[in-house]
Write a protein that binds this ligand. Structure first.
Ligand SMILES: NC(=O)c1ccc[n+]([C@@H]2O[C@H](COP(=O)([O-])OP(=O)(O)OC[C@H]3O[C@@H](n4cnc5c(N)ncnc54)[C@H](OP(=O)(O)O)[C@@H]3O)[C@@H](O)[C@H]2O)c1
Length: 275
């Protein structure tokens, strides 16, 4: 991870809701100090206790001192309000890289709203970022310097794993896998719990078994040198109970065609929303 504490200027976070707040927590944990961060967030006007003390909070983007020159401006507001919000930050183009976490909002949108030469990095994070277990995929425009590239990568690495894409067109595919993916896993937990109830277990125990099985298997898969397919083979004795279940899950109309269909539907919807 790059040394984020050595940023050339402050970090300006625009929007400190669920995702912006999760990122802020990760940055402060990783050594960025509260006095390096300025937050613009109208919702915190009445209750600033949600932001750690020492972080400057402004209620709108017109309150900056003339000499304020952030190294990075992070846009973490809803995509629907980006059009109103982004142009107000174009004055930082000289010093800053703009890092957007907005789903479905292409780099060209920021270039059009910030003007020529703006360094823009688009990232697709996911909700496990809230527990520092996120997956973030980043894509930079040609005005982004190597230092800015490393800074943005380091900021997202504070809340989990990161990967970079050269081709922004693949962001819809990324969104369909890791962006929306946590919901698929939550649904898997629901389905396993429901199936457990159907074979006679109490709902509370069913929910515990399903949750811990998914969480523990994910951690085992992460720590193991074997890939997921090998781990599956390792726990499947021919003719045994797991084998009986996998004949259903891996048979015709099983999980793979269903998952492919689901990811394709999400990717298609992402393209429609971005058009
Ligand atoms: N949550 C996720 O799972 C997730 C995953 C990937 C990407 N993202 C992206 O993250 C971004 C934020 O999503 P979120 O779920 O964190 O939304 P959120 O909880 O609603 O946070 C957005 C925050 O921005 C504030 N805001 C509104 N107008 C503003 C302005 N002019 N200046 C500064 N702040 C302003 C909102 O305040 P008010 O509530 O007062 O309007 C709110 O607190 C979105 O672009 C989304 O696509 C989210």
């Amino acid at each position: 991870m790059s040394d984020m504490t050595a940023m050339s200027g402050p970090l300006l976070l625009v929007g400190c809701g669920k995702m912006g707040g999760a990122l802020l927590g990760g940055w402060l944990d990783q050594g960025i100090t509260a006095d390096q961060v300025v937050v613009v967030e109208p919702a915190l006007d009445s209750d600033r206790s949600a932001v750690p003390s020492g972080v400057t909070v402004l209620s709108d983007g017109s309150e900056f001192a003339a000499e304020f020159a952030p190294a990075v401006v992070v846009f973490a507001v809803k995509p629907q309000v980006m059009g109103d919000v982004v142009p107000g930050y174009s004055r930082f183009k000289g010093s800053a890289v703009y890092l957007s976490i907005a789903a479905g909002t292409p780099i060209r949108f920021f270039e059009a709203n910030l003007g020529d030469g703006a360094a823009v990095v688009r990232v697709m994070p996911n909700t496990p970022a809230a527990v520092r277990q996120g997956m973030s995929v980043l894509c930079a425009n040609s005005h982004t310097s190597e230092v800015q590239h490393d800074l943005c990568g380091g900021l997202m690495a504070a809340v989990g794993d990161t990967a970079w894409l050269e081709d922004e067109a693949l962001m819809d595919a990324v969104t369909a896998v890791s962006g929306s993916g946590p919901a698929y896993v939550f649904h898997l937990i629901e389905c396993l719990a429901k199936a457990a109830v159907d074979v006679g277990l109490e709902p509370e125990l069913a929910a515990r078994l399903a949750l811990q099985t998914v969480a523990g298997s994910g951690e085992l898969a992460r720590q193991s040198d074997d890939d997921a397919a090998q781990l599956r083979v390792n726990v499947t004795s021919p003719g045994g109970t797991t084998h009986a279940a996998l004949e259903v899950l891996m048979g015709d109309g099983g999980l793979q065609p269903l998952m492919t269909k689901a990811v394709q539907a999400a990717e298609k919807r992402g393209k429609e929303l971005g058009a």
